[in-house]
Design a binder for this molecule. Sequence first.
Ligand code: DGY
Length: 318
Amino acid sequence: MQILLTRKLHDFAIKELQKRYKIFIHDGKIPMPKKTLVEKIKNVDGLICFPYDGIDRKVIESAKNLKVISTYSVGYDHIDLDAAKKKNIRIGYTPDVLTGATADLTIGLILDLMRRITEGDRLIRAGRWRQIFGPHDYVGVDLDGKTLGILGMGRIGQAVVKRARGFGLVVVYHTRTRLPANQEKKLGIRHVSFDDLLKNSDILSIHAPYRKETHHMLNLKTLRKMKKSAILINTARGKIINEGDLVKALESKIIAGAALDVFEKEPIGKNHKLAKMQNVVLAPHIGSSSAETRTKMAEITVQNLILGLRKKKMIYSV
Ligand code: DGY
């Protein structure tokens, strides 16, 4: 059987694959250009892809032998599920193992923005730290007692709650389907409408999947409902926020700040408007990027592929 990887994975993962299959690893431009992808996928039995690869209808339809798509990510919004289903292609993904890492990063971004850590780092590196310890210099805000609003309450949202409670944050959340009462009680969280989430959150953190219904859910109209002192955190998917509207909201002080690990179009460059703002903290899509987590993701991605091609139950399938 033949496998296409749109990028190199860990050596141990490649060895596992080489023992069983003929593999082709794309080593050119990332993401793999669509034309090359459409060409290379034609005869392969399995595909290992990444969240930035657009595995759309055209790609799937050009794959004559494809049986399994194994994505190195928890998100699978880059794969056309209907087109895959029509061709009986099975899809594997990597939830659970990256929950803790993504929740850790979320807390890191909250702390960073509220205590102005990166802003201070930028200031020192620019040689602008002149006076020490002024009562009003570089003053941030406490986390204790603030309201953290979470949009989406899946695995990562819940892991954020557990960490947030240690910082004294009060948590409210909004999802389409409310969690069972006993789970809400255990987590110590309260379900609210989307409007109330916007109005009451000091910190609004997004942990919802990207789909049609969540596209640009945060836009000028919804951002205007937030507190002027509120900050927005996104470690989920860039397109849940209308980025142009967010820039306007930050420029006109409709909200106080934002910390973002994901963007509408990645990567963003130093000339992006968000990269020029002091009240913004940026991360290069590193939610799952700890050595331990990325290794586990590689193990699961390979196992999902092998099991799928053997027509066995995958560790995690969509
Ligand atoms: C995923 O796995 O979908 C994440 O975005 C990676 O950090």
